[in-house]
Design a protein around this ligand. Sequence first.
Ligand code: NDP
Ligand code: BG6
Length: 509
Amino acid sequence: FKNLRDGFLSSVPSTQEFKEAASFDVSKDESTVSITVVGASGDLAKKKIFPALFALYYEVIWWQHFTIFGYARSKMTDAELRNMVSKTLACRIDKRENCGEKIDQFLKRCFYHSGQYDSQENFAELDKKLKEQEGGRVSNRLFYLSIPPNIFIDAVKCTSSSASSGIGWTRVIVEKPFGRDSDSSAALTKALKQYLEEDQIFRIDHYLGKELVENLSVLRFSNLIFEPLWSRQYIRNVQLIFSEDFGTEGRGGYFDNYGILRDIMQNHLLQILALFAMETPVSLDAEDIRNEKVKVLRSMRPLQLEDVVVGQYKSHTKGGVAYPAYIDDNTVPKGSLTPTFAAAALFIDNARWDGVPFLMKAGKALHKKRVQFRHVPGNLYNQNFETDLDQATNELIIRVQPDEAIDLKINNKVPGLGMRLDHSNLNLHYAARYSKEIPDAYERLLLDAIEGERRLFIRSDELDAAWALFTPVLKELEEKNIIPEYYPYGSRGPVGAHYLAARYNVRWG
Ligand code: NDP
Ligand code: BG6
């Protein structure tokens, strides 16, 4: 079954192929899969996890014997959980067709148990209910910890008491944040390993499940026109831009303890950078890929304070609408200096990338991801451009979201008798090219966790290497009480980001 999905060069199987492969699996193996969403009453569970489980149920496969349990402190009956879940299933499938019957079948597999996260007794009750559903078959259990990080360890301790008994597997998906610096992350890893083996821990970074991030390695390693250029010789700088057009609405309490560097850069953007910059892995095996990611992360210089610009959004009125400042959020402490925006320049000290700035920008108000190729030296046509900015520069822009696309900016002659050049785009717009909707990142990652495929999950040494890059600067920012540059809600962010890029002769895309 896995071979159907894997392999850069294998074609994507049809739904029918998936179903046939899955049913083949089932007939061979009378095992059960139970998925327990711990923190089922929460935002992530409703917004992402239950819809992703339903999409998998609908679209891809499902085991003949599977059960989904919600677990949280809130009191709910099975019927109430089903009601809650049914309201969240406005998934991509719904857009295409009426899936009422499938929803009903799916909901019948959903159950709920209310309990504390630190109660062995409550988890033992859950275990009893799981066993009833498993009906004595080989039980495979996946626990998704969709809870605040301060209760991860209690919950892991208890989930290990309701681990699969016998020959089935038990896996635990842990949501970010994985600590807030090197020490707290190491402590979390150590605590998790008291109860679980490393190969049972699935640290999720949902950006790794996004289609275009998955495609990055395919683009690089299966296209001869890119791979030879993928180095300091031809790439002048790499930009990774994350932008959101909304603030921390509703999540200010969480966010204030972390800030944008921990929330986005140290994980989502750094993971993309690692995939972008790693050497060719020995194989597509999870360990080979993760070995290369660790190597490139360990070749990076820890981020320096002078290479970071931080910002925080302030209130702004536009079109008669008043947008609040970050600190207007009731859950954010008064006078908080937590950055909601950051720009940073990172460097990889290895032969491939020596001297190439990797510029990251993350905040709430920008929107594009871009890879910019180095100027072609001594270009014959420099004088023929209408402006002298970025003459003859090729750019590869990978737009992860929204409106997934890959654009390659080329130089082109403007039609006519003269010799004028301009930039044009060769583009691959997913919506135009593929009629099939793009699965949500959580669908891919849940399926991988169920199949035991670890390639898109973060290994503990990767995490250590990632924190080693960011911990010193985070400490310095906090100890020195660095005041963020304030930028209006909905703007392009603080001007300091432009000065930072200019220092490295780069303009943001
Ligand atoms: P929530 O704040 O909604 O918490 C989930 C559930 O945990 C709640 O419904 C509540 O359930 C329980 N809970 C909340 N606070 C506490 C507490 N202080 N003590 C004990 N239990 C508590 O979190 P999210 O669903 O937003 O996120 C879950 C995890 O996923 C977090 O680690 C978050 O960082 C991560 N994450 C979330 C994203 C999102 O978009 N929401 C995106 C990426 C990661 P009950 O009271 O019923 O027990
Ligand atoms: C989460 C961050 O990991 O990713 C959020 O905690 C952010 O702050 C979210 O909004 C963005 O995810 P996506 O998939 O909507 O780009």
